[in-house]
Design a binder for this molecule. Structure first.
Ligand SMILES: [Zn+2]
Ligand SMILES: [Zn+2]
Length: 614
């Protein structure tokens, strides 16, 4: 959230790259002021792939201005000014803001630093107030920065957008200038090359070309993808993988409705306040004409509350635990229309969900198995780079952002940390970002071209089972509350398939390919067509998504069409192949790999699918 200030603690953890980028925002402000001395600056934080600075200025900055801004920035970097920290008291800071000196190159008596004045008011009493000065530019900032402007290795301005001050539309609209910076030119160039490749692999573009999904905003609604047969085939394969893996790991499957009464979410704590903005508005329903009050029903935004009621549906003993309830549940979340983005940000989500109810003694083993399941999936999909971000609570915010259970926080965080350390998994600990009800792990993966995605979350919950009054009877015959692990290693179909499209550039491995095999005849001789049809039938009998192209068109044209459709394996059959009981195999993007006996080829295809070879 934009209005949520970074704490000093957050700032102390800024990485070197974030420092470079944030420092570059100061340099950009310096340059903009050289060109437009009236500019008023608001927020200028580092962001995921760079930085921005919000500016209020009558001139509308466009990408045409970037060159001259960048030229001024280069001068500032070349001058190699130090970022000098100046600690001041509040009265001095207010005076300087009123004289227009903050976020400026000099005093501007008729132009007070209005946003900086407002930001000053947000600094809690007792927290030190500091400026950072580079050359003539002085900014209200808690840092940190790099030592000198010359430490900014390479940078580039990227876009300009508009943004309300503090994200609130009642506030003035500002211009948000984005840029990025890196340690050196090589890294900067690699980044833009990666973006170029990501554009080529854009899941919306490839999704449309391959006919995987459509979003019918007019009749169905924005953010509600319709899976076309080819996209559904991929989703079904992913579900099959999840079901097999979870079955082997001792999960049981459940199914729950898409709506539930308000009471369910009041009990879970998602309503009235915590999650209400992410839920669709309720439906009101009277059970009879005489009924005095209408019941409110909500579309489910998460599966957990339903699963908790399944846990509660029968008496549970310690012998029943761990109980692992799995469901590819469909959730509906309200996202603002401006936030919707292809398959990546949607309003209906098919989630690879499960909730594991266990005793504290079982926790480490269960949690470790979940992590191992992630690693197994990474291997199948050729995901080589990943990190698990382990988010913990902040003791200072117990009872506000985090449920007030200091002992349970400590216990569960220690358990999670132990599991992560022992397993040797690549993880990073991030304080103050846990979920309300327990520590969580966000799993980030990198696609083959090096773009980062947040795929899934893995959470420990020690609070909500209690709210639902969930209990099991323990060995000592007392009732105890189970711990709950929320996990969704394949995330949602929407986001995961969006990721896979980019990862594979649409060239899916055989097991995932929407059209796995196409049999192409050389000519339309009747005997040849019969031979080809038999092959298609044999493949389809083994659930292989195989099609035939028996037209009289030239074989080269038929191959070209199959290539365009990204069909994984093409089996070309001519008169000579037929006589020999063979087929000529072509692989998408790789070309002809030679003629082989039909039975052998079919058996290889089945084997490759079964093993989910990459
Ligand atoms: Zn700063
Ligand atoms: Zn859950």
């Amino acid at each position: 959230m934009e209005t949520e200030r970074k704490t000093l603690d957050d700032r102390s953890r800024m990485t070197e790259l974030e420092r470079i980028r944030h420092s570059c925002a100061h340099v950009m402000a310096t340059a903009i002021l050289r060109l437009w001395p009236d500019a008023q600056f608001a927020y200028g934080p580092p962001v995921e792939n760079g930085f921005y600075y919000d500016v209020d200025l009558s001139h509308r900055i466009s990408p045409d201005d970037f060159e001259k801004i960048e030229a001024e920035m280069k001068k500032e970097i070349k001058a190699n000014h130090t970022f000098e920290k100046i600690v001041v008291d509040r009265d001095q800071a207010v005076k300087d803001a009123q004289s227009g000196r903050l976020g400026a190159l000099s005093e501007r008596p008729n132009n007070p630093s209005k946003f900086k004045l407002d930001l000053l008011n947000q600094i809690p009493a007792g927290e030190p107030i500091s400026y950072y000065k580079n050359g003539d530019f002085i900014d209200l900032c808690a840092g940190p920065h790099v030592m000198r402007t010359g430490n900014i290795g390479a940078f580039k301005l990227t876009t300009v957008a508009s943004a309300y001050y503090k994200g609130d539309e009642k506030n003035p609209q500002l211009q948000r200038i984005y840029g990025t910076a890196f340690k050196n030119k090589t890294e900067l160039e690699a980044y833009f090359k990666m973006l170029e490749e990501a554009k080529r692999r854009d899941h919306r573009k490839i999704g449309a070309e391959m006919g995987l999904y459509v979003i019918d905003t007019e009749y169905v609604g924005p953010g509600l993808p319709l899976w076309l047969p080819k996209g559904a085939a991929i989703a079904e394969e992913l579900e099959k993988l999840a079901k097999e893996t979870e079955f082997a790991a001792g999960y049981v499957r459940v199914k729950t409705p898409h709506i539930a009464k308000e009471k369910l979410y009041l009990t879970s704590g998602h309503l009235p306040l915590l999650y209400v903005e992410s839920m669709f508005p309720p439906m009101e329903l009277k059970e009879s004409a005489e009924a005095q009050v209408a019941e409110r029903y909500y579309l489910k935004a998460m599966n957990c509350p339903h699963h908790h009621r399944i846990f509660a549906a029968e008496p549970r003993s310690y012998r029943d635990l761990p109980l692992r309830l799995a469901e590819y549940g469909t959730n509906y979340r309200y996202e603002q229309s401006g936030e919707l983005f292809g398959l990546m940000r949607v309003r209906s989500l098919n989630m690879n969900d499960a909730h594991i109810y266990c005793t504290p003694e079982q926790f480490a083993q269960e949690f470790n198995s979940v992590n191992e399941m992630y690693l197994k999936y990474f291997k199948i999909f050729g995901i080589e780079k990943y990190v698990m971000r382990f988010s913990t609570h902040d003791p200072a915010r117990l009872g506000q952002k985090f449920v007030n259970e200091p002992e349970l926080w400590k216990q569960t965080e220690d358990m999670v940390r132990n599991v992560l350390q022992k397993s040797g998994i690549n993880y990073k600990e991030i304080p103050n970002e846990a979920a309300f009800y327990g520590p969580k792990i966000d799993v980030q993966v990198w696609s083959v071209i090096g773009r980062e995605f947040t795929l899934a979350t893995n959470q420990v919950d020690f609070a909500v089972p209690r709210r639902f009054g969930l209990v099991y009877r323990d060995k000592d015959n007392t009732e105890k509350t189970p711990l709950c692990i929320h996990r969704a290693p394949l995330g949602t179909h929407e986001r995961f398939i969006g990721f896979l499209i980019e990862h594979y550039a649409g060239n899916f491995p055989l097991w995932l390919a929407p059209e796995q095999v196409r049999v192409l005849t050389v000519g339309d001789d009747e005997a040849l067509i019969s031979y080809a049809k038999l092959i298609v039938q044999e493949l389809r009998a083994s659930m292989v998504r195989a099609e035939g192209d028996y037209s009289a068109d030239k074989i080269n044209g038929k191959i070209q069409q199959a290539e365009l459709a990204k069909v994984h394996t093409m089996l070309v059959v001519g008169a000579r192949d037929m006589q020999a009981g063979a087929v000529s195999v072509r692989l998408h993007g790789k070309g002809n790999v030679g003629a082989r006996p039909k039975a052998e080829v079919i058996s290889d295809i089945l084997q490759s699918i079964k093993e989910r070879k990459s």
